[in-house]
Design a protein around this ligand. Structure first.
Ligand code: CAA
Ligand code: FAD
Length: 379
C-alpha cells in the first residue's frame, strides 16, 4: 500500500492547476452566463496534452496513467466543469474505446487527431426515449453492401456540435437484443447527419450538448468498431472508464467549492470574529473535507485498479455514485458558508452547485450506479 504520488503525478497536477487558474478562471462566469463553449481553452488543453492523456504516444497521446488523468480532471473541474467534461468525453469515452477496440486503420485516421486535441470526439449512446435503458435504443444501422445505412436520433450529446468524430451506437439486429447492437465511427458533415439545437441547461452551461439526427447516413463497413453485435459491450466497457473521469470531475467540483468556502470563512467576520471561529462553520468545513477525502480515495482506487489491469467496473460505479453525492452536498454547504454572497455569480459557488447536479445524471444516473454495484455484489 502506497499513498504517495510520483513526481510525474505531481507535475501533471500542478500543470493542470496552473492552467485552470491562468486560462480557465478568466471568463468562466461569462461563459456560464452566455452558455459559451470554451473553444480557445479546449484548443490549448489539446496543445498541453490534456485531450489524449492515456493514449499511447505512437498515436499522439501522452502515454500517462489513469491516476495522472484523474488528478488533471480534478484540478480543471475545480474551475470549469464545462471544459473538463469535454476533456473527459474525449479521453475516456472516445480515445480509450478507439485505442482498445479500433482497427489499426481507425487508429491512424481517427485516434491520432483526437489524441492530439486537433479534433474533438463525441460518444453517442443516449436517445430521446432510451437513456438509462440503453438497450432499448432505436437508432438503426442496416447493412447494404460495403456500407451501413444509419437512421435515428441521439440525444444529449456532449461536444455535439464541436466534435468532428462521433462514436455512434446503433441496432444492427433488433431481434438479438443487446447482442444486436454495434458501434460505428461517423464523421461530421456526412450527408444526412444533422446537428440539432444546443440545450439550454441548469449547469455545465458552456458544454456543447446537442441532439443529433441521422437520415440514411452512409457509414463504410470499415468504420464499424469491432464485430457486429459488439456495440453494447463496447459502450458498457467504455463507460466503466468514463465513470472514473466523471467521478474525478465531481471530486473537483466539490474540492473547488470547499477551497472557496474555507478561504471565505477565514475572511468573513460576523459577531466580532471570522465566521471560521464559529463552531457551526468549523463543523461544516470538517464534514466537507472528510467527504472529499473519502471520494478522492474511491476515485484514486478505481484509477489504480484500471492502471493495474484489474477489474474496475464495480469500483468506478462506486466512485461516481459517492463522489457525485459529495459534489452535491459540499457545493450546497459552500453556498451556505458564503451566505448571501454565495447566491450570486461573482463568488463562483452557485455555479459549482449547479454544475454538481449533472454528475449524478450523466454516464449513468446514481440509480444506475446502484444497479451496477448491487449486481456486482449479488453475482
Ligand atoms: N461493464 C461491462 N459490461 C457490462 C456492464 C458494465 N458496467 N454493465 C452491463 N454490461 C454487459 C453485461 O455483462 C451484458 O453483457 P453479456 O450479455 O455479454 O454478458 C450486457 O452488458 C447487458 O447487460 P444487462 O443484461 O445487465 O443489461 P440491462 O439492459 O439490464 O442494463 C445497465 C444494464 C447497467 C442498466 C446499462 O443499460 C447502463 O449502464 N445504463 C446506463 C447508460 C449510461 O450510462 N449512459 C451514459 C451515456 S454517455 C454519457 O452520459 C456521457 C456524458 O454525459 C458525458
Ligand atoms: P431516464 O433513463 O428516463 O431516467 C429517469 C429517472 O428514472 C432517473 O432518475 C433514473 O435514475 C431513473 N431510472 C431509470 N431506470 C431505472 C431503474 N431501472 N431503476 C431505478 N431508477 C431508474 N448521453 C450520451 O450518450 N452521450 C453524451 O455525451 C451525453 N452527454 C450528456 C450531457 C448532459 C448535459 C446530459 C443531461 C445528458 C447526457 N447524456 C449523454 C445522457 C445521459 O447519459 C442520460 O441523460 C442518462 O443516462 C439518463 O437517461 P435519461 O435522461 O433518459 O433518464
Amino acid at each position: 500500500m502506497n499513498f504517495e504520488y510520483t513526481e510525474e503525478h505531481l507535475a501533471v497536477r500542478d500543470a493542470a492547476r496552473e492552467f485552470a487558474q491562468s486560462e480557465l478562471l478568466p471568463g468562466v462566469i461569462e461563459r456560464d452566463t452566455e452558455a459559451k463553449f470554451p473553444a480557445d481553452q479546449i484548443k490549448k488543453m489539446g496543445e498541453l496534452g490534456f485531450m489524449g492523456m492515456m493514449v499511447n504516444p505512437k498515436y499522439n497521446g501522452g502515454g500517462m496513467d489513469t491516476i495522472s488523468y484523474v488528478l488533471a480532471m480534478e484540478e480543471l473541474s475545480k474551475i470549469d466543469a464545462s471544459a473538463s467534461v469535454a476533456m473527459s468525453v474525449n479521453n475516456s469515452l472516445v480515445c480509450w474505446g478507439l485505442e482498445k477496440y479500433g482497427s489499426e486503420a481507425q487508429k491512424e485516421k481517427y485516434l491520432k487527431p483526437l489524441a492530439s486535441g486537433e479534433v474533438l470526439g463525441a460518444f453517442c449512446l443516449s436517445e430521446p426515449e432510451a437513456g438509462s435503458d440503453a438497450t432499448s435504443q432505436k437508432t438503426e444501422a442496416r447493412r447494404e453492401g460495403d456500407f451501413y445505412i444509419l437512421n435515428g436520433t441521439k440525444n444529449w450529446i456532449t461536444n455535439g456540435n464541436t466534435a468532428s468524430v462521433y462514436l455512434v451506437i446503433a441496432q444492427t439486429d433488433v431481434a438479438k437484443g443487446h447482442k444486436g447492437i454495434s458501434a460505428f465511427i461517423v464523421e461530421k458533415g456526412w450527408e444526412g447527419f444533422v446537428v440539432g439545437k444546443k440545450e439550454d441547461k441548469l449547469g455545465i452551461r458552456g458544454s456543447d450538448t446537442h441532439s443529433l439526427m441521422f437520415t440514411d447516413v452512409k457509414v463504410p463497413v470499415e468504420n464499424r468498431i469491432g464485430e457486429e453485435g459488439f456495440g453494447f459491450n463496447f459502450a458498457m466497457e467504455t463507460l466503466n472508464g468514463g465513470r472514473i473521469g466523471i467521478a474525478a470531475q465531481a471530486l473537483g467540483i466539490a474540492a473547488g467549492a470547499y477551497e472557496l468556502a474555507l478561504a471565505y470563512a477565514k475572511e468573513r467576520k460576523a459577531f466580532g470574529k471570522p465566521i471560521s471561529q464559529h463552531q457551526a462553520i468549523q463543523f461544516k468545513l470538517a464534514d466537507m473535507a472528510t467527504s472529499i477525502e473519502a471520494a478522492r480515495l474511491l476515485v484514486l482506487k478505481s484509477a489504480w485498479l484500471k492502471d493495474q489491469g484489474k477489474d474496475y467496473a464495480h469500483a468506478s460505479a462506486m466512485a461516481k455514485l459517492y463522489a457525485s453525492q459529495v459534489a452535491m452536498d459540499v457545493t450546497v454547504e459552500a453556498v451556505q458558508v458564503h451566505g448571501g454572497y454565495g447566491f450570486v455569480k461573482e463568488y463562483h459557488v452557485e455555479r459549482l452547485m449547479r454544475d454538481a447536479k449533472i454528475t449524478q445524471i450523466y454516464e449513468g444516473t446514481s440509480e444506475i450506479q446502484r444497479i451496477v454495484i448491487s449486481r456486482g455484489l449479488l453475482r
